[in-house]
Design a protein around this ligand. Structure first.
Ligand SMILES: [Zn+2]
Length: 346
């Protein structure tokens, strides 16, 4: 090879090397897997349909086809362990069912490396902290999904707070982030729960959290707004809490589907939600579809139509480098691999 050709070749190689800090991919940060076992049990509990959706398995292949349809690169794929261990499901062995659900999630992300696997656990089952260790050590999962409404966890109850604390302690120790559906079943949920949330987080100074649905459960109502106001105010007032480690996701906030218990937000409510997201900083706010409620494409269309963010802001919300969330600011990974890009093998 002549010197000229060789230097041209070298230049091309250099050009093709991705810049780690520039890794920006369109990411759906909130998609639910549903294993065949979980789909079966859910049908047994509620019948063939839920929210107008025919209950069927949601595998890694399902998620990837929805990402392709919407032009997305990757997603957080959430284990259904929190669902199969919900009290109403009547699991005879919640610890084993948790293992089975998390193993299913691990297998899906192994086959589909565009997905980042999140384990889940019901904090109230026996052996919940050990299930977090198992998810990391045995299954290589990279985050933890908790659903306090499904698991019926209420921080106003001492025992529940201790159980959740033990699970968060494990996640923090293992360096994995928590995607937290915090809204619970308490009809008086609101500002006071925001105080309890911040108090709990203050005890886990290294834990990274993505607060799902802006702190609610989709839609937008007074309780969610009061909660979020409390959380943001306390983080703003006390820098030692570490603003950098709290992310908010928009999953389901703009949802217009008539879902029991969900308050469809009006324009004024959504404008206030957008103002609060901007106040927090859009570098710490992200898009998520909440599939299997809506597909990535449907949820994005609906959110863009109803949430008054600018085009530039939407780019920020959708195209993310998720490394600092998954691995921490120093890139200390505890999952499948430490990488500038979370897409393993792509
Ligand atoms: Zn969800």
């Amino acid at each position: 090879m002549s010197l000229k050709v060789r230097s041209l070749f070298a230049a091309l190689v250099l050009l093709s090397v991705p810049f780690p800090s520039e890794a920006r991919e369109a990411v759906d940060r909130h998609m639910h897997l549903l294993s065949p076992m979980a789909a079966h049990r859910l049908r047994r509990l509620v019948g063939p349909e839920l929210y107008g959706w025919t209950i069927e398995t949601s595998s890694g292949a399902t998620l990837v086809s929805l990402l392709d349809e919407a032009g997305f690169d990757g997603a957080f794929a959430l284990s259904d362990a929190y669902l199969v261990t919900m009290a109403e499901m009547g699991s005879s062995d919640p610890r084993f069912d948790t293992r089975r659900s998390n193993a299913y999630a691990a297998l899906q992300v192994l086959i589909h490396p565009r997905l980042v696997g999140f384990a889940s656990v019901n904090p109230l089952i026996e052996g919940a902290p050990e299930a977090v260790d198992e998810a990391v050590d045995r299954f290589g999962l990279r985050g933890l999904k908790l659903h306090l409404a499904n698991s019926d966890v209420d921080l106003r109850r001492d025992g529940d707070r201790k159980a959740l604390d033990a699970v968060l302690e494990r996640a923090e120790a293992r360096g994995i982030p928590v995607l937290l559906h915090f809204r619970n079943r308490n009809p008086r949920f609101g500002a006071r729960d925001g105080e309890l949330f911040v108090d709990l987080l203050a005890e886990h100074g290294e834990l990274r959290v993505q607060l799902a649905h802006l702190g609610g459960w989709g839609g937008w109502d007074e309780a969610t707004e009061a909660l979020l106001e409390t959380i943001l105010s306390r983080f703003e007032a006390d820098p030692s809490l570490g603003r950098h480690r709290l992310w908010l996701d928009l999953a389901g906030v703009a949802c217009e589907r008539p879902i029991p218990g969900l308050s469809v937000a009006d324009g004024a409510g959504l404008a206030r939600a957008v103002a609060m997201a901007r106040r927090w900083g859009l570098d710490r706010v992200a898009f998520g579809s909440d599939w299997w409620v809506e597909t990535t494409g449907e949820a994005l269309d609906e959110a863009r139509r109803r949430l008054p963010f600018t085009e530039d802001e939407w780019r920020t919300l959708v195209h993310r480098d998720v490394g600092d969330f998954l691995e921490g600011p120093r890139g200390e990974a505890s999952g499948l691999r430490a990488s500038s890009s979370y897409l393993t093998g792509y």
